[in-house]
Design a protein around this ligand. Sequence first.
Ligand SMILES: Nc1ncnc2c1ncn2[C@@H]1O[C@H](COP(=O)(O)OP(=O)(O)OP(=O)(O)O)[C@@H](O)[C@H]1O
Ligand SMILES: [Mg+2]
Ligand SMILES: [Zn+2]
Length: 488
Amino acid sequence: MEIYKITSPKEWSYFANGSANILFKYTGTNDYLTHKLLRLRLLKEDEEYISTCELYDFIELKCKHLFPKQIIDIQLIVLTSEFVRGLDSAGFKLQLNERYGLLIPNILDGNYTKIALSKHCQLYLGSDDNNTAGGTHAANQLQQQPQQVQPQRLQQQPQSTQSRQTSTNVNDYTSLTQDINPLNSGQDLQQQQQQQQQKQPHFNNNIIPGGQSMNGKFTAAPLTSESTINSIIFEIKPKWLYDNKSANYCRTCSLNQLHKVQRHFCPLDLLYPNTIDQGIDDIFSRIPPDIINLIEVQNNFPLKQLFRQFLSNPDHNVFAKLKQYQKINNKNDLIENLTSSSDVSQNLSLVMTLRDVGLFIKFEKYDKNNNIHNSHNNINNLITLPPLAFSPPQPPSQSTQINGSASIPVSGSSHNHQDQDQYQTQSPAQDQSKQGQKYLVTCNIYDLDLKSRMKYKYWLQVEHELQGIYNSNNPSWRHCCKYGDQNN
Ligand SMILES: Nc1ncnc2c1ncn2[C@@H]1O[C@H](COP(=O)(O)OP(=O)(O)OP(=O)(O)O)[C@@H](O)[C@H]1O
Ligand SMILES: [Mg+2]
Ligand SMILES: [Zn+2]
């Protein structure tokens, strides 16, 4: 598709970036492009540069068949030099000689509030656009009075507004909800996040480094204690997944210690039945209690239970599947054995890509009138929690139905008696409570970038630096699980 024939650069605004790519969101009126993002390459040294065509072929030929339903749809589109130069890239340098880009669905399309939990884990709470407290907050007003604003200027003038008529509105919890609950994950974390953001700017719509909102004075919190939450997304980078046979710390935890990042969760815990609870508890430990309360009690959204369910089902556990495909079969594919770029095999290239993917795991309340929820593709993504899901912890015989067929035991509910009472007296959907609650869980894998073989030097260097950490003992960092230790 020749995108410049149906849209102009002015219809795209800066959305986010990583270290190698920048994303723009569509702000025009073309139905086909609405809800889509344009992903372009950032400027890189020649020897490290991988073109968009190479990325596209790699994803389609080498990755797609491994996760046919989960890898995010990508479409290769043709650009002109004029189009690329016309984009407002918020000061980031684009690869101007690149003639291709990728068009992808915007998973964060909607009215989401972002809660940054840690470097590799974000939480997004989606509330109804029209269902925010008081109905007067500025995000709604802005949607009625769209204005055109340049993202660079927004950085300098946070009071400015950035908006568009339809679609995405990702808000930043750290600034938006100060009045209901200041982020209480500790000074260290905030400082780390700020440092990280300064090193590697990463904006999502109206978020700027330092946790302020680009919408400035217009960010009357869309997320309030009254908010109706109908969709919740975790964005997680699982990084290196493997059976850790002997080291005290896994590769990811070792690297985080090297970078002096505060411990959040160990990705290996998400792999095994006996460690899943630990992993989930760690992930949830960074969610402020008020937010947990808003989700689980006020909105009757049993997020933790759903997350556990998602991981406990071997067909759903994307972490376990990623581990399977990250497997190194040949000792030549161990990084410490690389001696030149030509040693990087096709398998190692694939493994290195899979060690760096991102996941969007989206939990939604099932809506029987939503065609997407009812689509054939989602048949296997429905989870039905039993009618008594909100009662006090149940005996082990309690079970959960998936797809109306398989029955899988659910460990204790995270709700207490009081929650149950609230549920019974306040829930508008009491009928549903009798039949059991249905949820839709969808998982998308993004960022399957092929890495340059020239990176082998950097991989070797990092491995060298990690040697002293793998078997160290850090009093403030529990050891990672060892394969076989707990029959995992
Ligand atoms: N399809 C999508 N929908 C919504 N947001 C997205 C989507 N794809 C990416 N993002 C956001 O944009 C950010 C940067 O995108 P991406 O990970 O593709 O860039 P990158 O340069 O490859 O990053 P990294 O340096 O982590 O490899 C992501 O962390 C995510 O928050
Ligand atoms: Mg990447
Ligand atoms: Zn670990």
